[in-house]
Every structure is written in structure tokens, then in C-alpha cells.
Design a binder for this molecule. Structure first.
Ligand SMILES: Cc1ncc(COP(=O)(O)O)c(C=O)c1O
Length: 399
């Protein structure tokens, strides 16, 4: 890898990446290859036995009545909103500080995303700010369990009850997490999962799932994901009671996900152990560290820290060969895509501050303790002001 100039001298090649998928794949390669061979031998590439089995296994894992596989996390949101009847003119509360897919699903239904600020001091949606933004047109809200941290579901469900709102949980970053003893994705009207390769339960491509305890919603999703062909629910083939999608979960991805699901809880525990190790090193550093919310777990899909001198810190990490990413450098309410909605800078101050201060550092189950220690050491050097001194020394050596 080439060298990049930064304020702290020449950046080293990335030695500890933000995420590395190779080790997990290597460990399960034989089982995955065997599962894939079965799929190829059977040639049941679509709507095959692995999709059905994975749906049953996930429903039991999450303790929900229905788990319906779809093509991606984005489609899980799209089909959820469709099945729940979100339509033009409706307003849907959504955090501004999230991935674009969460809000895009609202816009694709002709509804209006109403952006909600983040909890002061946290990363998730602020229920009090959400309450202030409820209008007679508000139909639903989409709490996101951001980075793997359970959103404050008690307040969210209370607000939903008070205003008769539908709740769509975006669980893309928090599969396997809990809130109050229940798995995330089993609390709202639907749960939307992504199995994108960097998620805690990762396919080898795109894949997603919708969970619900509502029989009608589950049937509607099953219908919609397959061009709304009536035969899906026992009707006549090539008759279409609705406008559907092609959004089936791929049999190949389902076979891979079935190999991985039994490991998910232990992988999440490893993520939590790494987070504890970061905490033990960095708790007095002045860098703000992530923590689980009250009554909720954190499964650390991402380990995101906050630092007022974030841009200097990222240059230092780059100079030291530590991988990082900014999730997300611009909140949705300030994106060009939503300019028409009329939000202004300063309108959602916490979301804007998070975008300026957030930085995600390496965290994945296969990271070693030594790697965690090294990343923490690099951050401590920065926090203790040694980064500037070392940079000056390096410049001195070059002169
Ligand atoms: C919070 C959130 N919602 C939705 C999605 C969309 O999932 P997918 O990429 O599987 O479409 C993602 C994926 O990154 C996400 O992080």
C-alpha cells in the first residue's frame, strides 16, 4: 500500500484494519463449501430449503412468530413500510444520524422523513425530540439500533402507544442484541435486518430479513417479495393483487447464514470483550467511548468513539497504520437529497455534533487482544499530546 502525507508525517500502510473478514471466512470455509456444494448439487437456487430453514432458525433465535428473508436490509425497510401501509402524505420519524437506507425507504413510499435529533451524549434517536415532532400526519417511527447499541425502546414504545404509531426497528447493525431481555427486532411491529458482509451476521453478498409477530404483515411481505404473485398465498399464479418486488433471499446466502448463525452469540461476546478492553485502556483518556443504553445491550457492530479533535485524530491513526471509518460525516437532514425539506445547519445540534466528532476504530470478533492494545496505545498517545511531539521529531529528522 502506498504512503499518504498527513499532518503527522507519512502514513504507514494499514496494519490493523477497521474490519477484516478473512479470518472468519477461513475458519468456516469447509462448512461453507460443503453447504454451497449441496445447493449447487440440488440446483434449488431460489425459494429452496435453506431459505425456509434459515427463516425458521432466525424466528426461533429471535423468539418471533415470523422471519421472512428478503434480498437486503434496504429491502427489509422498503417491504416493511409497504406491508404496514405507509403512503404519500404520511410522516415517519427517523434519526438523522443513521445510514441513508433508513430514510430512503420512507421517501420511496412518497412519505416524508421527519428527522429526529440524537440523544445528548449518546448516538441513538432522542425520544423527547421525536415526541416534539409528532403531528397528526405521523404514522410511524424507525428507531435504529445504531452501531449495535439498543435504542431506548421503553420511551419509543410509549411514544408509539400514545400516538398510535407503527414502530419499525432498524436492526441492521445490531443482530443478536437485546433490550430488556428481548432480542432486538422482536419489539416493534417489524424488525429489519441486514446481512451485508460487514454486519455481525454476515452473508457473502447482499441479504436481509423482516421479522414480525403479525400474521397479516408477514403474509403481505411474503407476497410482496415475489412480485405479489397470488400463488404465494395459495391463490392463482400470475394474478397480482398488489404491485410487488423481486426481493427474495438467495438460497446461496441462506445456506451460508445457516452455517454462521450458531456462532453469532459467541462472536458478539468477543466484540463485547474487545470493547471492555478498549474501555480499560481509554476510560480516563478524555476520548468519549460507547456504552450500552439502560436495559439494552451493545453488540458493537461498530466501535465508535467521539473526539472534538476528530480530524487530527484520524490523521494520527493514518500515520500509525490504524484503520478507521467515519460513520457518518454528514447527518441526513443536511444532505442534498433532503434539501427540499428545509432543514438548516444547527437544527439538529446533537446529530451534527456526532457527525463532526465520531470515528469508528477497529473492532471485529477475530481481532486479537494485542491488536486492541496497540490501537488503544496509539489513541492514548494522541490523547496525551504525544502525537504532536512525535510529529515534530519526525519533521526534525527529515530536515
Ligand atoms: C442502519 C442501516 N440500515 C439499513 C442498512 C441497509 O442494509 P443493506 O446494505 O443490507 O441494504 C444498513 C446497511 O449498511 C444499515 O447500516
Amino acid at each position: 500500500m502506498g504512503k499518504v502525507n498527513s499532518a503527522y508525517g507519512n502514513a504507514r500502510a494499514v496494519e490493523i484494519p477497521r474490519i477484516d473478514l478473512r479470518e472468519q471466512h477461513r475458519a468456516l470455509q469447509h462448512k461453507i463449501n460443503a453447504a454451497l456444494r449441496q445447493v449447487f448439487d440440488s440446483t434449488a437456487f431460489v425459494n429452496g430449503p435453506n431459505v425456509r430453514a434459515f427463516e425458521e432458525e432466525m424466528a426461533s433465535f429471535l423468539d418471533v412468530k415470523h422471519a421472512v428473508g428478503v434480498a437486503s436490509g434496504t429491502d427489509a425497510l422498503n417491504l416493511s413500510l409497504d406491508a404496514l401501509g405507509i403512503k404519500p402524505g404520511d410522516e415517519v420519524l427517523v434519526p438523522s444520524f443513521t445510514y441513508a437506507a433508513t430514510a430512503a425507504a420512507i421517501s420511496h413510499h412518497g412519505a416524508t422523513p421527519v428527522f429526529v435529533d440524537s440523544l445528548p451524549g449518546g448516538f441513538n434517536l432522542d425520544p423527547e425530540d421525536a415526541a416534539r415532532r409528532v403531528t397528526p400526519r405521523t404514522r410511524a417511527m424507525i428507531p435504529v439500533h445504531l452501531y449495535g447499541e439498543a435504542a431506548p425502546m421503553a420511551e419509543i414504545m410509549e411514544l408509539a402507544k400514545a400516538h398510535d404509531l407503527l414502530v419499525v426497528e432498524d436492526v441492521a447493525q445490531a443482530v443478536g442484541g437485546y433490550w430488556n431481555g428481548r432480542r432486538l427486532g422482536s419489539i416493534g411491529h417489524t424488525g429489519c435486518f441486514s446481512f451485508y458482509p460487514t454486519k455481525n451476521l454476515a452473508a457473502c453478498g447482499d441479504a436481509g430479513m423482516i421479522t414480525t409477530n403479525d400474521d397479516e404483515v408477514a403474509d403481505r411481505v411474503r407476497l410482496l417479495r415475489q412480485q405479489a404473485d397470488a400463488s404465494v398465498l395459495g391463490g392463482q399464479k400470475y394474478t397480482h393483487p398488489a404491485v410487488g418486488y423481486n426481493s427474495r433471499l438467495d438460497e446461496i446466502q441462506a445456506a451460508i447464514l445457516r452455517v454462521k448463525l450458531p456462532h453469532l452469540d459467541s462472536w458478539n461476546r468477543l466484540r463485547q470483550r474487545h470493547a471492555e478492553r478498549y474501555l480499560s485502556h481509554l476510560r480516563d483518556s478524555g476520548i468519549l467511548l460507547p456504552e450500552a443504553s439502560r436495559n439494552g445491550s451493545h453488540v458493537y457492530c461498530l466501535y465508535t468513539i467521539r473526539c472534538e479533535r476528530r480530524d487530527e485524530l484520524r490523521q494520527w491513526l493514518q500515520a500509525c497504520g490504524v484503520g478507521f471509518e467515519l460513520y457518518y460525516p454528514l447527518p441526513l437532514h443536511l444532505q442534498e437529497a433532503y434539501r427540499d425539506l428545509g432543514y438548516r445547519e444547527g437544527g439538529l445540534p446533537w446529530a451534527e455534533r456526532l457527525s463532526r466528532e465520531c470515528l469508528s476504530i477497529p473492532l471485529y470478533p477475530e481481532l486479537t487482544g494485542e491488536q486492541v492494545d496497540r490501537v488503544a496505545e496509539v489513541i492514548l498517545e494522541f490523547a496525551e499530546g504525544k502525537a504532536g511531539v512525535q510529529a515534530e521529531e519526525a519533521v526534525g529528522r527529515e530536515l
